[in-house]
Ligand binder design. Structure first.
Ligand code: C2E
Ligand code: CA
Ligand code: CA
Length: 662
């Protein structure tokens, strides 16, 4: 009742009872106590009528001569009252009407009994029996819950009837009149007073209930707001980690108990750190807000939820089943963000807008009993998406080596390699075969896992390239080679292997020139070995970068020549300084056809006026062959294995040690 009253109160424009004018409150009170008053009056009248009829027995005892008439009167009044009452109730007459019927019944009950009763010859009996009129008065004031005015009017009428009949019957008995008159009047005053108090009390109870309901509702509203706040990400307005975790647990329980499948999709904003660093934190925040809201708008109609899972990572949960559905949803997510066309020209992969990498996993019979597993799988798929160039989607595939635990460990190791001293360089001499002089050293990277297990470059370089870790590691290698062997004068020249990703990254040439400046090394002492593993046609930024590096005096060597798919066109594209012929040609040279092939390649490079370096010299025969072919530069285990910097000084390059005075 109080909540309905509260709604009415709010409809008047006030939400708090203390703000509403008394007339409004009164009106609301009337409206909302109405049904209870009807019920109370109806029940009251039925009880009163029954008691009234029971008193027929006392008529027989006290006024037997007129009892037949009074009893008949009682029955007529009783019947009429109840019939009128029920008809009015059926006709949905309001509380005032029903209460008025009850009030009239009270008066009628007394009056129509009294008139025939006064005809009795049992004067002494009626003298006292009349007093029961006060019961009718009390009935109006105390028994029924009438409004004060109706109570007073009813009891005044009963009082009037009492006084009038007393005066009419016993005019010559002043003692009786004074005693009973005073009794009637005081009875009227006290019961009316109690009625007035009761009505006030009832109204106050209503107001208190209204106030309590109001406070309850306010508390509820505050609770709901608080609940919403504690589940919402403060920046983007989507679900926060807490809410996501809860939703995940719910989905997982449903999956475990009812087999309801779902997908967990991790969405990571590509190169967000770059975006933040360049455009500023405010723009970064705005970017996240826009990404969150486009995800929310796109996914809500598809019954998927979006939450922020960490920094620039979002998570989408959806009850989709099956590979195709999940992939479709992932693609919707990816293209929605790309469709924002948010400018991001600081990324190093040739794209100029904000994009996301998406990794997903979904419940399968092999999902196992642990919830974390599905998130872990989605995370690995995300990692795979990033490793595959970003702005793409990947679904967890247990057979995909890229999502294997090994590669995850390598990626994690690479992230902390520099800081934790897990990486170092080894150097392999490059010798002038005619003079025997070490003309340069090739620096090769070595990595060990945190437990000390060494990893070969064949294992970690591809992972570093896919994750982008090669960017920092590559610069680290250049700096290290400069400080370890060039700045110290240990070798006249050093070559460093450089990945295509580094050449594509913005600001690479600038970073290299800073290293040269800081280490005091001349660019002409440095050579970068580039493999022909990527198609360079149309890669204008790579060409620009190589030109910038050459402007610093750095030599560009073409590594592993003959193994890639763009070998010859490469020779056409760049003015390489030296070409390193892959060791596979040397192995083949034992056969006449292989030797002819090697000779052809050598001729081709010489025709372009480039220097030649042959890798993989493992035997004295290999060196002999080089002499025959007139090759000047060679590198291989026969001449010297790659060794750490300490060994470079004392053992590996005795000639060099002499030159350097060590
Ligand atoms: P690469 O540039 O062709 O390096 C030469 C590889 O051949 C080295 O292997 C070296 O140890 C090995 N080698 C040298 N002489 C001989 C020989 O006589 N016989 C045989 N069988 N092998 C010989 P490593 O150090 O395992 O490096 C493998 C590849 O990893 C390198 O091939 C290079 O592409 C890459 N790599 C190594 N360090 C770096 C680096 O700092 N940055 C980048 N981007 N790539 C690197
Ligand atoms: Ca190399
Ligand atoms: Ca090579």
């Amino acid at each position: 009742m109080s909540h309905a009253a509260l709604n009415d109160l709010e409809a008047t424009g006030k939400s708090c009872p203390t703000q509403a004018p008394p007339s409004t409150l009164r009106q609301i009170y009337e409206t909302h106590t109405g049904p209870a008053r009807v019920t109370a009056a109806r029940q009251g009248l039925w009880v009163a009528v029954l008691v009234y009829l029971l008193f027929a027995a006392s008529d027989v005892i006290l006024i037997p001569d007129v009892a037949a008439t009074t009893i008949l009167a009682r029955f007529i009044v009783a019947l009429l009252s109840l019939v009128v009452l029920e008809v009015c109730c059926w006709a949905k007459v309001g509380p005032r009407g029903i209460e008025s019927i009850s009030a009239i019944s009270i008066v009628a009950g007394y009056l129509f009994w009294l008139i025939p009763a006064l005809e009795t010859t049992a004067i002494e009996s009626i003298r006292l029996y009349m007093i029961f009129g006060t019961i009718f008065m009390m009935g109006a004031n105390l028994f029924f819950i009438f409004p004060f005015v109706l109570s007073v009017v009813t009891s005044i009428v009963v009082l009037g009837v009492l006084l009038a009949s007393m005066v009419a019957m016993f005019p010559s008995d002043p003692v009786y009149m004074i005693n009973f008159g005073l009794f009637y009047v005081s009875c009227f005053i006290f019961t009316s007073y109690v009625n007035w108090k009761l009505n006030g009390e009832r109204y106050n109870v209503f107001l208190n209930a209204l106030e309590a309901a109001h406070q309850h509702r306010e508390a509820e509203k505050r609770g709901v707001a608080l609940e919403r706040l504690s589940n919402t990400d403060y920046l983007t307005g989507v679900e926060n980690r807490r809410a996501v975790d809860k939703r995940l647990r719910d989905y997982w329980t449903d999956w475990q108990s009812e087999g309801k499948a779902f997908a967990a999709i991790l969405v990571d904003v590509d190169f967000f750190k770059k975006y933040n660093d360049f455009y500023g934190h405010q723009a970064g925040d705005r970017c996240l807000i826009l990404v969150a809201s486009v995800l929310n708008d796109t996914l809500k109609p598809l019954n998927a939820s979006v939450g922020r899972y960490g920094g620039e990572e979002f998570i989408v949960l959806s009850r989709v089943t099956g590979r195709d559905q999940v992939m479709a949803l992932c693609e919707i997510i990816r293209s929605a963000v790309e469709g924002l066309h948010l400018v991001h020209d600081q990324r190093r992969d040739g794209q100029a807008v904000v994009t996301v990498s998406v990794g997903a996993s979904y419940t399968r019979p092999q999902s196992g009993p642990k919830l974390e597993r599905i998130i872990n799988e989605a995370d690995r798929a995300l990692y795979s998406a990033k490793a595959n160039g970003r702005n793409c989607i990947r679904l967890f595939n247990p057979n995909d080596p890229l999502t294997s635990d090994d590669n995850e460990n390598i990626a994690a190791t690479l992230r902390m390699a520099i800081k934790n001293d897990l990486v170092h360089l080894v150097y392999q001499p490059i010798q002038n075969l005619r003079t025997g002089r070490v003309e340069a050293v090739e620096s090769l990277m070595r990595l060990k896992m945190i437990d000390g297990t060494p990893l070969s470059p064949a294992q970690f370089i591809p992972v570093a390239e896919r994750t982008g870790a090669i960017l920092d590691l590559g610069l680290w290698a250049i700096r290290r080679a400069c400080t370890e062997v060039l700045a110290t004068g240990i070798a006249p020249m050093a070559s460093v292997n450089v990945s295509a990703i580094q050449l594509k990254s913005r600001g690479f040439a600038l970073a290299v020139s800073t290293i040269l400046e800081e280490t005091g090394v001349s660019g002409s002492q440095l050579a970068f070995e580039i493999t022909e593993g990527i198609d360079m046609e149309g890669q204008s930024d790579v060409i620009r970068c190589i030109t910038d590096l050459q402007a610093l005096g750095i030599r560009i060597w073409l590594d592993d020549f003959g193994t890639g798919f763009a070998g010859l066109s490469w020779l056409r594209l760049f003015p390489f300084d030296t070409v390193k012929i892959d060791r596979s040609f040397l192995q083949d040279a034992r056969r006449p056809a292989g030797r002819a092939m090697l000779e052809d390649i050598i001729r081709l490079i010489r025709n372009r006026g480039l220097k030649i370096l042959i890798e993989g010299l493992e035997t004295a025969d290999h060196v002999e062959l080089m002499h025959e072919l007139g090759i000047e530069l060679g590198q291989g285990y026969y001449l010297g294995r790659p060794v750490p910097i300490d060994e470079v000084r004392i053992k590996a390059f005795p000639r060099l040690a002499t030159v350097a005075g060590l």
